[in-house]
Structures are given as C-alpha cells and as structure tokens.
Design a protein around this ligand. Sequence first.
Ligand code: NDP
Length: 271
Amino acid sequence: MTEEIPRIGLGTWKNQEKNSCANAVEAALEAGYRHIDTAQIYGNERHVGEGIEKSDVPRDEVFVATKLWNTNLTYNETGKHQDDAYQSALRSRDLLGAEAIDLLYVHWPAEDYDDGTLAALDRLYEEDVIEAVGVSNFTPELLRDAERKLDAPLIANQVEAHPLLPQDEMLSVAEDLGIDVVAYSPLGHGNALDLPEVQEVAEKHGATPAQVCIAWSLERGAKPIPKSESPERVRENYGAVGLDLDDEDVEMVNSVGERQRFIDPDFAPDW
Ligand code: NDP
C-alpha cells in the first residue's frame, strides 16, 4: 500500500551546498520531520541522501520526494536515453541512496510532458523504482487528465500556497479526487512573514510568523514544505505542529486580501 505523505516536509530548493543541505536535512529529521522535498534541478539529491544517512533516523522512516525536470520528460521504451523520464528517475534514486523513491513528481507540465511521461511513471511504479506519482504546478484540468490516464497512484499536486495565494479551488478539486495538496513556498518565499494579519496571530500565541503560516497551511488540509538552511529555523518551523489555531486565527489569516504568486516562469501553465 502507498504510504501517506507526512504532513510537514523540509524544502531544499537553493540549498545546494553539500554541508548546508545535509545539515539541514539531518536537523530536520532530528526535530521530527519525516518528509524531505528535493528535485533533479536543485542539484542536491546526493546531499539529501547524505543528510538522511548522517541522521539517527532509519532510512525506511523517511519519505523522500523528488521531481523530474522539464528536460527529462520524454520516454523511450528501450530506456536507453539518458535524458528520458525513466532513466533520469533511476539516476535520482541512486543519488538519493534509496531503494525506491517514495514520491516522484512531474515538476512542471512543460516542454515534452505528454502521455509518454505518464507511461514512464507507470513503468517506474510497476518496477518498484517509485512508490507513488505526484504532479506539480498542475491546473485542475491537467490534474484530472493525469489522474484519469495513470495506472499508478497519483497522490499529490504540489503547488505554491501561502496566505497571499490560498489556492481554495485546488484544495477543493484535490479533495474530491482524494489527492493531497503539498504547499510549496508556504512562507510566501519569505514574503508572508511580514503580513500584519500573520504577525497579529503570532503575537497572540507567542509563536513566530513562520509557525503561523505553517500551522495555517496544515489547518487548511495542505501539507506544507517550508525551506530553511538554518538548523535553528528548521526546528522553529517544526514547532508549528504544536500550534493550535482557532477559527478566529484562521479567519484572520484568510482575511489577507492581497494576492501574489512568486513562482511564475515562462513555461508555467495558463493558471
Ligand atoms: P518558503 O516559503 O519555504 O520560504 C523560504 C525562505 O524563508 C528562505 O529565504 C528561508 O531562509 C526563509 N525562512 C525559512 N524559515 C524561516 C523562519 N522561521 N523565519 C524567517 N525566515 C525563514 O520558500 P521556498 O520557495 O523555498 O519553498 C519551499 C520549498 O518548496 C522549496 O525549498 C522547494 O522544496 C519547494 N518548491 C517547489 C516548487 C515547485 O515548482 N514544485 C517551487 C518552489 C519551491 P533561510 O533558508 O535562510 O532560513
């Protein structure tokens, strides 16, 4: 049976330096995180594997997710092309030092993404190279289409979600499909921490703004993956698990009226 995605994960984008990345992963696992998020394009899959290795947490208790980059989405059934979805997933598994990748996402529905990509994911699942499939930056329509076509379990859509981009529609579509929303940039890439609504709730609870953003995300049923390179902030962020927001707090954060999307490259879908 496919494993549940642990409710809070550590983001690792831009944490590329070997020691910094491995130390953040080790600190996260020691603080209680059991989910680490990486991607082929982050260039740190090996360091994530080293961080897991350094920690006292057994490998099989850690849920590791990585993502196929845009240039690795073709599929050649002979499996001989180095840049195709199948081959690059095998490389990621080896870099992570894992027996199997717990969750492999399509990072963006871009470039060569097509039904062949989904066929490669089905094959990887059949061959136990991956435990589950995810997509990222998929619109509701693309999500439904992938879910219909895949034989392997599609368990998550990873999208930007924070107080400045609450993603109400995606949360409801994903709930109907029985798919998790993994919230990336849950601190708004750092920009949500200064919002007065977030700061007010933080003051009320003697918590930090980052903890409020993460607890708010959890309260909405999403699975946030805050990133920090600092072991201290990694621990601080995990403290959100013990922060109980009441309805009034959630309403206060919901009342942020401004909308901002921070990750919007040229190859993004038509949101
Ligand atoms: P986040 O919203 O997690 O914010 C990270 C920023 O906030 C960093 O500058 C970090 O700095 C800072 N920060 C972290 N904790 C604290 C704290 N307690 N107090 C003050 N500042 C803090 O942004 P990301 O964009 O990194 O998103 C998180 C993860 O989501 C990524 O790392 C990646 O794994 C994933 N992601 C996926 C994408 C996709 O396309 N699927 C796109 C973007 C992100 P510092 O490190 O110095 O602490």
